[in-house]
Design a protein around this ligand. Structure first.
Ligand SMILES: O=P(O)(O)OC[C@H]1O[C@](O)(COP(=O)(O)O)[C@@H](O)[C@@H]1O
Ligand SMILES: [Mg+2]
Length: 263
């Protein structure tokens, strides 16, 4: 039986490998497809990168379940057992518009609890890893910000609200702008959560149910970097929670207040 340290090593190896495949196709004019007739975009690079991630995971953990954004992998996280969660390109809209803010996210959970995570951002030459010891970027320890004054803080409306919930999206932005210095929206949820983990962003709110591939790796990074992630009630966030409130810890109550105004 392999242990948590092996899962951290494999998460990093798989994210780097998937990210390498995606990066080979970056800024090459790859064909852009849409999912379900919406502006939700996908490319052959997403599918190829996911296959690469899964191949690397399977070398060491052939029996574990796999949740993945693309293809016909599982779409929800089983409650029991060891599971890998893969977003081959988080920020595909950025990717197809030649913006370097996108990443390959890999998380490992056991019985619903994250034990390892890695987010590779090859176009920025950054790799984030969270394991038992803490969180690192390019092997250097990272930590959440020490901003305590809301009026000096940067916060993000997180994830995505469908067209029939745009009023809530507006409410989230308004609630943040009333309290904080400014908002951030960078187009990749995992990159944004990694931003909270390394201190470039101080918090984030949403009232939607996040896709596990958009959230679990980044949530684990934030916790390992000293931050806090809860649901809208302030209870510990899980992959199936409704809503997500992430922060550097000090600003958490202020962010919970903002999140309560979304709906
Ligand atoms: O909060 P941010 O950084 O602006 O990004 C949010 C966006 O990132 C995403 O995670 C991108 O997802 P995909 O590119 O994997 O579809 C979306 O859920 C959301 O639209
Ligand atoms: Mg995604």
């Amino acid at each position: 039986m392999t242990d948590t340290v092996d899962r951290v090593t494999v998460a990093e190896r798989a994210a780097r490998a998937g990210g390498r495949v995606a990066h080979e196709h970056f800024r090459t004019g790859i064909a852009v497809e849409t999912k379900g007739g919406t502006a939700d975009v996908v490319t052959e690079a997403d599918r190829a990168a996911q296959r690469e991630v899964i191949d690397v995971v399977r070398e060491t953990f052939p029996e574990d379940a796999i949740v993945g954004e693309e293809n016909d992998e599982l779409k929800t996280v089983p409650d029991a057992g060891a599971v890998w969660i893969v977003d081959p390109i988080d920020g595909t809209t950025n990717y197809v518009r030649n913006d370097p803010v996108w990443g390959t996210a890999v998380a490992a959970v056991v019985d619903g609890d994250p034990v390892a995570a890695a987010v590779a951002m090859p176009a920025l030459e950054d790799v984030y890893v969270a394991g038992d010891a803490g969180a690192v970027r390019n092997d250097e320890p990272i930590a959440v910000s020490d901003v305590t004054d809301p009026e000096a803080a940067l916060a993000a409306p997180a994830m995505w609200w469908p067209m029939d919930r745009r009023e809530e999206y507006g409410n989230a932005c308004a609630a943040l702008l009333e309290r904080f210095w400014d908002v951030r929206r960078i187009g990749s949820a995992q990159a944004m959560l990694a931003g909270i983990a390394h201190g470039s962003i101080d918090g984030a709110i949403t009232n939607v149910v996040s896709h596990p591939w958009d959230s679990v790796a980044g949530v684990h990074l934030i916790r390992r970097a000293g931050g806090t992630v809860t649901d809208l009630e302030g209870d510990r966030w899980r992959h199936d929670s409704t809503g997500l409130v992430a922060s550097n810890g000090d600003l958490h109550d202020e962010l919970l207040d903002a999140a309560a105004e979304i709906a």
